[in-house]
Design a protein around this ligand. Sequence first.
Ligand SMILES: CC(C)(COP(=O)(O)OP(=O)(O)OC[C@H]1O[C@@H](n2cnc3c(N)ncnc32)[C@H](O)[C@@H]1OP(=O)(O)O)[C@@H](O)C(=O)NCCC(=O)NCCS
Length: 200
Amino acid sequence: MGNVSNSPGSSAHSDGSALEKCLRLAGSVAWRLRACRFRLMGVRLQGKTVLKRVSIPRHFRSIEIQDGAAIDDFCVLLVSDPPEKEPVIVIGPTVYINRFTIIDASKRIEIGKAAMIGPGVYITDHDHGMRAGVPIQEQPLLSAPVSIGEDAWIGAHATVLKGVTVGRGAVVAAGAVVTKSVEPETIVAGVPAKPIGKRT
Ligand SMILES: CC(C)(COP(=O)(O)OP(=O)(O)OC[C@H]1O[C@@H](n2cnc3c(N)ncnc32)[C@H](O)[C@@H]1OP(=O)(O)O)[C@@H](O)C(=O)NCCC(=O)NCCS
């Protein structure tokens, strides 16, 4: 005879799915509360955004997240040396940022509409000064803005370095290190990243 507690209509199954529903509800309440807290602290949240367990250590007013953007668990939005008025990190509408991504900005990092950022990606707009004879810790940052175009896709564990523009609809392969700008609709891969094709 089959075990009824494992059948779809059984109480065991109902308990399981009820528990799952409760946990999902608690999770969604938590991210709504987190969004409220970030909004109160000055993050420029526009429209409806989803911020899972995202870390924003400082300079809340320098971060703008636009309508429909979703940032998944354990991402970090880090700003150093913010200018007076303009936001330093701008996440465009309906952008999705996957888990464990770090956006590390000192001047400006902008991610265009509907771009997708894979898990574990690192995007920075600066280097440390490296002049010989002066400790690197004491040297100013060397910064140049970064832009990720609309509909671009950055693959898992890619790194995007200062001054790079990833063109509209471009694709960065998993694990690539992007040191130079990428033409629209172009696929790049490797270290340093080079074109391997075009979207067709
Ligand atoms: C970039 C990508 C989309 C290309 O896919 P594709 O068009 O099917 O490409 P192919 O597998 O035909 O590979 C084409 C060439 O590029 C190379 N290549 C593909 N991906 C590469 C990568 N990540 N790093 C280095 N080289 C890569 C292949 O080895 C192949 O080289 P060859 O012609 O000398 O044999 C895919 O390889 C990739 O990196 N996807 C990212 C997946 C990801 O991060 N998912 C997370 C979910 S958001």
